[in-house]
Design a protein around this ligand. Structure first.
Ligand code: ATP
Ligand code: MG
Length: 264
């Protein structure tokens, strides 16, 4: 279980970006964290992975527990070795290294050669293209292939949990569907739990079981994804579906009222 309890994060000692965030990802589950630009999604993942410090960010309140251990005062490498791995926003593969070298870098916590080989075989099973391109320079891969490589690199580290920061970003819809299908398979077959941060609410809600919606550093709504997909506000703001055909101006007033309700 990953459990985030009432976390507050401040940048440069002044800017409060997370204002009391709580959520949980039970073992074996797929959970999504949705929200528009600047809501604080990436900051949340960075807080969990302990990579805020280099950006003058710090957790000023709250706790984070993983597998029964308190991790909010641990170092990033310790958290990785516990099996909690983050795939950063914008993929961030090592563009000058080959595909294999990138994967190998992901396995820095794995000391056993046999385990390393087994992990590599597993990655190739889910992403055959990475096996075919193993000697190619990662910088020449397409965006979709780089996203696969970033996920593959996380798989190399014996993950119990993988946190993905906007895996759909900049990818064509067909590729997004393919990547989410593979993620679902990994969850089913390997038992890996996933926390998926997305702006693409449609794919995230259809692929995960529970969702949290974030605005301005707070969770404003959470629930089973099936229920969230039926929620009028979620349909309007995140899925772009309007269920009634009221006048535009009235709709805008409603929009404003609902936003106020969410944020209050
Ligand atoms: N290192 C930093 N220093 C100061 N402010 C920051 C820093 N990183 C992020 N912020 C601010 O914190 C807020 C939340 O940013 P964050 O990147 O967590 O949002 P996000 O939900 O991931 O957005 P997006 O969907 O655009 O990726 C934004 O207002 C952003 O400008
Ligand atoms: Mg982000």
């Amino acid at each position: 279980m990953l459990e985030v309890n009432n976390i507050e994060v401040v940048y440069n000692d002044v800017k409060a970006v997370l204002r009391g965030i709580s959520f949980r990802v039970p073992e074996g589950e797929m959970v999504c964290l949705l929200g528009t630009n600047g809501a604080g999604k990436t900051t949340t993942l960075k807080a969990i992975s302990a990579i805020l410090k280099s950006q003058k960010g710090s957790i000023t309140k709250g706790t984070i527990h993983f597998s029964g251990k308190r991790i909010d005062n641990m170092f990033a490498a310790e958290i990785v070795s516990l099996g909690l791995i983050q795939v950063p926003e914008g993929r961030r593969v090592f563009i000058d290294l080959t595909v294999y070298e990138n994967l190998r870098a992901g396995a820095f916590v794995v000391k056993d050669r046999k385990k390393l080989q087994a992990n590599y075989e597993m990655v190739k099973k889910y992403f055959p293209i990475l096996g075919e391109r193993q000697t190619q320079i990662a910088g020449y891969l397409s965006g979709g292939e780089q996203q696969m490589l970033a996920i593959g690199r996380a798989l190399m580290a014996n993950p119990e949990y993988i946190m993905l920061d906007e895996p759909s970003l900049g990818l064509a819809p067909m590729l997004v569907n393919l990547i989410f299908e593979i993620i679902e398979k990994i969850n089913e077959r390997e038992g890996t739990s996933f926390l998926i941060v997305e702006q693409n609410a449609s794919i995230a809600l259809s692929s995960t079981s529970y969702g949290y919606i974030m605005e301005n550093g707070k969770i404003v709504l959470d629930g089973e994804c099936k229920k969230l997909s039926e929620n009028e506000d979620v349909r309007e703001f995140y899925l772009g579906i309007k269920d009634d055909s009221t006048l535009q101006s009235f709709a805008e007033v409603k929009h404003y009222k609902r936003r106020k309700r969410w944020l209050s």
